[in-house]
Write a protein that binds this ligand. Structure first.
Ligand code: 13P
Length: 250
């Protein structure tokens, strides 16, 4: 069964209007590639980024949304507002939001359900801490996060799962191929049990993906793309990652 490949960039709290010039080469690479390409900039850059990519083959997404449709939530952004600004996807439950803002699996699921209701694709992030891995609890943690965070109504068309080990984010350290394969196999099995089209849900790996390790990571079974932080900020890093995903089998 074919699974949609996705090269996604998470700019986190980086970038400004001047940084949008990085987009031009990324759009060109996206147009040449068969995989989908997405950049999730800070919310204030979504609309100008959408304008810059125009009809180009590059999607723009948010990094978070509120679970409510609207209302008195100062500083928050509703899923429909992201959609209105031109976003097609939203990252939810990133470990930095789970850690910095106390987001639980239930919070993440509620936000993801709001995203689906607004017509966005939800990218739900999961990942173990180093202490959890050292304690041999990785698979239990991931299974629990998946069960707790997966939105009602999830399908392969509206939901993407990103496995991002917390200890691999921004550290330059990546898991072994076997460690990634083990988690992605678990995700595939569990999604196939829970969803009629779970075998087709795109599964991303995230955490210190770079041009130098992308091809190796994309060769791992059930890795259908990447959620890239630092290496998505510059075209010279992200374009080779897009090309590596495009060239990968699967
Ligand atoms: P880095 O690629 O900078 O390690 O970040 C990964 C990440 O958190 C993407 O969401």
């Amino acid at each position: 069964m074919s699974v949609r490949k996705l090269a996604a960039g998470n700019w986190k709290m980086n970038g400004d209007l001047a940084a949008l010039e990085q987009l031009d080469a990324m759009v060109e690479a996206a147009e040449d590639a068969s995989c989908a390409v997405l950049i999730c900039p800070p919310a204030v850059l979504i609309h100008p980024m959408v304008a810059r990519v125009a009809a180009g083959d590059l999607h723009v997404g948010g990094q978070d949304c509120h679970a409510a449709a609207s209302g008195a939530h100062t500083g928050d952004i509703a899923a429909a507002q992201l959609r209105d600004a031109g976003a097609t996807h939203v990252i939810l439950g990133h470990s930095e939001r789970r850690a910095d803002h106390g987001e639980t699996d239930a919070t993440v699921r509620a936000k993801a359900e709001a995203a689906l209701a607004a017509g966005l694709t939800a990218i739900v992030c999961l990942g173990e801490t180093e202490a959890e891995r050292d304690a041999g609890r990785t698979l239990d943690v991931i299974a629990g996060q998946l069960d707790g965070s997966l939105p009602a109504g999830a399908t392969a068309a509206n939901t993407v799962i990103a496995y991002e080990p917390v200890w691999a984010i921004g550290t330059g350290r990546t898991p072994t191929d076997d460690q990634i394969a083990e988690v992605h196999a678990l995700l595939r099995t569990r999604l196939s049990e829970r969803l009629p089209d779970g075998a087709s849900v795109s599964l991303l790996y995230g955490g210190s993906v770079k041009p130098s390790n992308a091809a190796q990571i994309f060769a791992i079974a059930h890795v259908n793309g990447a959620l890239v932080g630092g290496a998505s900020l510059k075209a010279e890093d992200f374009v080779p990652i897009i090309r590596a995903l495009d060239a990968a089998q699967g």
